[in-house]
Design a protein around this ligand. Sequence first.
Ligand SMILES: C[S@@+](CC[C@H](N)C(=O)[O-])C[C@H]1O[C@@H](n2cnc3c(N)ncnc32)[C@H](O)[C@@H]1O
Length: 223
Amino acid sequence: MLSEEIVRQFIETQLPDSENVALRNVREHIEKLKIDHEEIFRSQIDIIRTLLAIRQADSILELGTFLGYSTLVFAEHATGRSPKGRVVTIEKELWRTNEAKKLIDATGFEDVVEFKVGDAAEECKALIANHTSFDFIFLDTFEGTYPEMFPFCLELLNVSGILLIDNVLMPIARGWENGENIIERSDGVFAALRRTLQLATAAANFRTCIIPSGSGLLLGVKL
Ligand SMILES: C[S@@+](CC[C@H](N)C(=O)[O-])C[C@H]1O[C@@H](n2cnc3c(N)ncnc32)[C@H](O)[C@@H]1O
């Protein structure tokens, strides 16, 4: 069986670097701030780019901006659409949005991005009330919020729209790192992730699978 760590190392060392100069600058800035790594893995950049290209996404919603690393992947894609697409990204911490804005302003892709500061659930309710919808949604907030967020994402997604949820295998990844078998655990975040997987697999108008990349990506399409 393949080890995810070996696959990640192979992708990051043997294949052409998915990270361009703009993305590298953002990552290096994050490293300088000495915040725990929260951004997507480099090996996930091309998964996202490929999904965006398959869907030909013109409208993208990101829940969980952090410092704008994944936002930049979305902004590059949206800028390449004709006419240009749009990216809405939501983050609850103002300082993170301010940093992300500063970093993305320096890339030339800023005109397609709308930054919103607030709780993702509340912002989603407002978007639904405004009848806004998206071709692609990336859910990457705190894993404990996923069960509450999943129905909002489904509602905000256009038919044939793609939902990608990060870190759905986080407990397994953590357990693997710590040598602990956590498959049977159902407390705290474990329960929230189990519930998210149940919701996603039970949703009538949704086809889904898990990509075992990074800490696990749930990929789904609205039927
Ligand atoms: C894993 S990071 C996002 C990483 C980013 N998508 C990337 O790949 O570069 C999660 C972010 O979601 C934010 N967040 C967590 N819960 C939230 C909520 N309920 N509403 C809005 N943002 C939230 C956190 O402050 C954090 O910056």
